[in-house]
Design a protein around this ligand. Structure first.
Ligand SMILES: *Cc1c(COP(=O)(O)O)cnc(C)c1O
Length: 422
């Protein structure tokens, strides 16, 4: 897929008059079109619901856009629950899919009326002791173990992952939860991440639907929803094909009719907890080239660093880069594009073929709308950038201001560092 920015150089020149680089920019139009397409792809299932994985892009302004398409929130921590509450996403509009969960987070999730998705068998007792009861609606996370394959490709390795219960534990969990008063059940699994294929969801659905039918038969549990979780990926590289959400929805429908309908479960709702698919392509990191360095390699130094976008440093992840205004120039230079951290892995690109970059050029780092800003940290005392929304009418809204030194020092209560800071 050809990678083109959703913003033009002229628009960026205007934006940087008000907001200095680096910053994140999000595309309202893209977010809306995609959310609409997802909703349509699963419209065959009357109970269908997307719970946006808040951890991917925890910005209330962006999540409010998704609310227009009926999305709820998938939360995994206290502050994500607080964020949901703040935008009036409460009750069963929240899926609490956490792991290694502290007691106070279960208490708060339950207070908000969230659906609790249990990661482990032992969490049944923990939850009961914490709350004093078991909620009537409850979900369990399944991990079938082994490796998850599509054809001959290993997609991921559930047997190595810390999440979820074994099949045996799952059956015991349903029985015990029922005895303890649970009335409505959900089933969840997340078996592969960033899948760039239309086959992942239908294959996962088959695994979950078959187990759900068995669970119903063996335990008599009233299964109300099956949560396919996240994992639909995006084409970070130009040579990858974009997933076809219609084909994915249709693939899940076929399995639903093959497995659930004959099992008398034709009223089960399908839930998803997509993060990357909802936001990834609709955000970019905009940075300026501020240095060039010629040593054993050719380097371009930017004003953003791994604090703003950690995926390349952390996973060696590819993010496409467009040098704005030079889209049609030959890719006749090979650069490492770096940030300023005192860490040699602080590189947005390594040996990347790009047009000649000059100091002052604006670079758009693509597909950073999910697991981008959110993963940032403060190493080297670097501050997190602003987040901006490019609205459908072409105007720009500041949806999170940049951090200031005052924010950075706010957690010290000694020394007079804060004295002169505004
Ligand atoms: C991270 C996560 C998601 C979202 O994953 P994506 O890859 O962004 O779709 C959904 N559910 C759970 C439980 C997660 O941990």
């Amino acid at each position: 897929m050809k990678k083109e920015p959703f913003v033009t150089l002229e628009q960026l020149k205007e934006i940087i008059k008000t907001y200095p680089t680096p910053f994140y920019l999000y595309d309202e139009k893209g977010i809306r079109e995609n959310a609409r397409a997802l909703k349509e792809a699963f419209a065959w299932n009357p109970g269908y619901r997307e719970y946006f994985a808040v951890k991917a892009t925890p910005n209330p302004y962006l999540i409010e856009i998704l609310k227009d398409y009926g999305c709820g929130c998938d939360c995994s921590s206290m502050t994500e629950l607080m964020l949901s509450d703040a935008i009036e996403v409460r009750g069963e509009d929240i899926m609490f899919s956490s792991n290694d969960t502290p007691a106070e987070e279960f208490v708060y999730a339950d207070k908000l009326g969230a659906i609790i998705n249990l990661d482990d068998y032992t969490h049944i007792d923990f939850l009961e002791q914490t709350l004093g009861y078991i909620p009537e609606t409850i979900s369990c996370r399944y991990n079938p173990g082994g490796v998850f394959r599509i054809s001959n490709d290993i997609m991921d390795n559930p047997g190595d992952s810390k999440y979820g219960m074994t099949k045996e534990q799952l059956f015991d969990a349903y029985r015990v939860l029922k005895e303890k008063g649970a009335k409505r059940f959900g089933l969840h699994a997340f078996l592969a991440s960033n899948t760039v294929t239309n086959e992942y969801y239908p294959m996962l659905a088959k695994v979950l639907f078959e187990v759900a039918a068995e669970l119903k038969k063996e335990t008599g549990a009233d299964i109300r929803f099956i949560n396919l979780s996240g994992g639909i990926g995006i084409p970070y590289r130009p040579d990858q094909e974009v997933n076809d959400i219609r084909a994915i929805g249709e693939g899940v429908r076929k399995v639903y009719e093959e497995v659930l309908v004959p099992a008398g479960m034709g009223d089960v709702a399908i839930y998803t907890e997509l993060g990357r698919f909802m936001m990834g392509p609709y955000g970019c990191l905009v940075t300026k080239a501020i240095h060039e360095k010629h040593t054993h390699k050719e380097y371009i130094g930017c004003d953003a660093c791994a604090v703003n976008l950690m995926r390349p440093a952390m996973y060696g992840a590819y993010h496409h880069i467009t040098v704005m205004g030079k889209e049609n120039e030959p890719l006749d230079h090979v650069y490492d594009v770096t940030g300023s951290l005192c860490e040699n892995n602080d590189k947005f690109a390594i040996d990347r073929e790009l047009p000649k970059i000059d100091k002052g050029d604006l670079l758009v780092i693509h597909d950073t709308g999910a697991h981008g800003f959110a993963m940032g940290y403060n190493y080297n005392g670097k501050l997190k950038s602003a987040e901006l929304l490019l609205k459908e009418d072409g105007s720009v809204q500041l949806i999170r201001r940049a951090e200031t030194p005052k924010d950075y020092f706010a957690t010290f209560n000694c020394f007079d560092i804060l004295k002169d800071l505004v």
